[in-house]
Unconditional design. Sequence first.
Length: 386
Amino acid sequence: MSDFRPSRRSALRVLAGIGALTLGTAACGPEDPGPSPAAGTTGPTAGTDEERRLGAEWESHARTFMSWPALESVWEDDLPYVRQDIARIARAIAEYEYVVMMARPDQRAAAQKACGSAVEVIPLAVDDLWARDTAPVFVEEGGKVLGVDFNFNGWGDKQVHDNDAQVGRKLLAKYGIPRVQAPLVAEGGSFETDGEGTLLVTESSIVNDNRNRGKSRDRIEAELKELLGMEKVIWLKGVRGEDITDAHVDSLVRFTAPGVILLDRAFPGTPADSWSRSSDEAFTVLSEATDAQGRGFEVIDLPQPDPDRISGYSDDFLSTYANFYIGNDAVYLPKFGDKKADDRARGILREHFPKRDIVQVNIDTIATGGGGIHCATHDQPGKPVD
C-alpha cells in the first residue's frame, strides 16, 4: 500500500466516545500553550558553558530500548503475532548491541521467554510497542546524557496511553539520567537529525493544535533549537489528520550521512495520494535547502515495494523502507515479501552503510498496524554496554 496511514490498530477502537484525555500532560488549551520553561530545564544546564547536542543515529549507542505490546484492546487477535515481530526485532538487534525491553511486571516472564536471554527485560508498565515515541529523546551536554521528555499524549489525544505517558519520566529515573521536561508536546518519530545541527521535522506532526495549541511554528522552532541543540530546522509539510501520528518524518526522510538523505517513494504506477504528494513536496524543499553547515542535500529515492507482492496487508499497512533503524554494527530493514524491492532496498542501504551488516526482518503485523522497526526502537547514545 502506498497510502501512509498508521492507525496504531485503529485509534477509534480505544478512543470512541472519549473526549480530551488526562495523561499527565493533556493537549494544551488556547490559554495554556504548554508547560512553561520553569517546568523543567530546556536549554543548556544553568551555570555551564556546554552546548547541548542531539547526535545522529549512526553514532555509538549504549543500548536500544523497546516496549512489549500489552493492549489486547488495540491488537485483538493479532497481539500474539505483533509480539512475535517485536521479539524478532529484539533478538536481531541483540546480536549486535544491548537491548532493554520494557514490559508490564505481569508480562515480564513471557517477554523474556520470547526475546531470549540476550535481551534484558525490565519491569516498567507500558501500553504498546512504540518506544520511539514514548521514550525520552536523549541529548548530550558536558559529556553527560540527558533525556528530553516530550510529554507524550497519545499522538494528540487520539489514543489512551496512561502508562506510555509516564515512560519518559520512569525510564530516566530508573537509569539515573537527568530529565528535561520539554515546554511542548511531540514524539521521537517527529525528529530526524544529521548530528551536525540540522533537524528535519514534518510540520503536520508538531505544529498542530492537538499537541501544541496556540503555538506558532516560529516559537516551536526556537524551543526545538534550545531543547535539542539545533542550529537549523527544516520544515516539511507532511500530512495532517490522515494517520494517528500526523505523518512522522521517520517514515518519509532519513539521513544516512550529513548532507545525504533517503526519501520514501511510492511504487511506480501507484495512484497519487496525499502521502506521495508529501514525498514530492519534501523533495522540492530539500532540493532547494541547505543544512546547518551550508551544504546542499543529495536526495536519493528509496522506493516502496509493489503492493500486489507484499506478504502482509491492511488498509493501514506501512510499506515504507525508510522506517529502518541504524544500530552500532548493523542496519535493520523491513522485509515485505516483494523480493525485487526488498533486495533493492537492501542494496541501497548497503551502499550507504558499507561497514554495517544489513539485517532484514519480517514485521508484517507491526506494518499492518501502521508502524515499522524505527517506530519500535529508541537508541540511547554512549559507550556500548558490555
